[in-house]
Design a protein around this ligand. Structure first.
Ligand SMILES: NC(=O)c1ccc[n+]([C@@H]2O[C@H](COP(=O)([O-])OP(=O)(O)OC[C@H]3O[C@@H](n4cnc5c(N)ncnc54)[C@H](O)[C@@H]3O)[C@@H](O)[C@H]2O)c1
Length: 319
């Protein structure tokens, strides 16, 4: 099996590459990554010596690079992670999000159509559905309307629609997964969990948007990787699958857990002006994926402390 993983030097992409080699060691795997600020070569350094791993530095929105790679390699499967992924940055300046997340996806789709693939898997997010009110107990299903709240989520929703259009119009064999918030090793320390660990270790204040009551459904990153594997093996072409566990916690609860584990005072928490358009509560229903045989293997109470410990043990990685 020949596999292209885009964005493999980022947080989830790197975890996916490690997962893939642990479970499919003889596959031929290519990683295409532009090595933006969010990438870290160290995350995939242990794979670099493998004869069946090929790292290509390049931009998914660059047709010359992408077409050449597809033509030369001849991929069976494409798993498309590469994206601009930080909501705050998208609010500051959406242009890179439109280029990478929308144009980049369209370039990859066109290459997949021209050169042929057995599956194009789009890694999307539950943020495309928008949010629920704080008091709600509902969960989005795959047919829920797309109502993105910010330019990041809107760019991901746009990419999803392009992917589905390539299935309908050209018969491209596609699948899409929409996952909830991930935690685990190798995450760039601008995101909530590594950022808060970093501040706490350094005895700095921990800035919390608004009341901190925003609810996220937290999934251990390896369970996300396994879900994509299940969708590649058993998912139905043209279908969308939600990935989530309904392990719902407020941002404040996550931050308090970090401070408790590090033995730091809760007084380090400082509430700051809320992010504009800040989504209140995310929740998705993953029954469709569970019907394919997927079940999360990690619970927050065990995998979260292990994640915090990973950042404590790897200061060289993220400092
Ligand atoms: N982090 C989460 O909790 C989460 C949840 C659901 C879905 N997702 C989705 O998963 C994917 C990966 O997210 P992440 O958190 O690992 O992101 P990340 O920001 O950590 O990594 C993104 C990677 O993509 C690369 N990249 C960016 N622009 C590129 C371009 N133009 N060409 C090639 N490579 C480029 C970066 O260099 C980086 O290695 C994204 O598509 C994101 O929308 C993330």
């Amino acid at each position: 099996m020949k596999l292209l993983v885009t964005g493999g030097a980022g947080f989830i992409g790197a975890n996916f590459l490690h997962y893939w080699f642990a479970n499919h060691p003889s596959d031929e795997v290519y990683c295409l990554d532009a090595m933006t600020y969010a990438a870290n070569r160290r995350s995939i350094e242990p794979l670099m010596d493998k004869p069946n791993f090929h790292f290509v530095k390049g931009d998914v929105a660059d047709t010359t690079v992408v077409y050449r790679l597809f033509e030369e390699a001849g991929f069976d499967w494409v798993v498309h992670f590469a994206a601009e992924s930080h909501v705050d940055r998208s609010i500051e300046d959406p242009s890179a999000f439109l280029r990478t997340n929308v144009i980049g996806t369209s370039v990859l789709l066109e290459a997949a159509k021209r050169f042929g693939v057995r599956r194009f898997h789009q890694v999307s997010t539950d943020e495309v559905y928008g949010d629920w009110p704080f008091e709600s107990t509902d969960a989005f299903v795959e047919t829920s309307p797309l109502k993105p709240s910010n330019p990041y989520a809107a760019s991901k929703a746009s990419a999803d629609l392009l992917v589905l259009s390539y299935h309908r119009t050209y018969g491209l064999p596609v699948t899409i997964s929409r996952c909830s918030n991930n935690y685990g090793p190798y995450q760039y320390p601008e995101k909530l969990i590594p950022a808060m660990i970093y501040h706490a270790i350094n005895n700095e204040t921990l800035p919390v948007y608004g009341s901190g009551q925003n609810v996220r459904d937290w999934l251990y990153v390896e369970d996300h990787c396994r879900a994509i594997d299940v969708i590649l093996q058993r998912g139905v072409e043209g279908e969308v699958y939600n990935i989530g566990t309904r392990e719902e916690l407020t941002n404040l609860e996550v931050i308090e857990a970090i401070l408790t584990q590090l033995g730091k005072p809760q007084s380090l928490i400082k509430h700051v002006t809320d992010r504009p358009g800040h989504d209140r509560r995310y929740a998705t229903n993953a029954d469709k994926l569970k019907a394919l045989g997927w079940e999360a293997q990690h619970r927050f109470e065990e995998a979260f402390p292990a994640t915090v410990q990973w950042y404590i043990d790897h200061p060289d990685y993220w400092e």
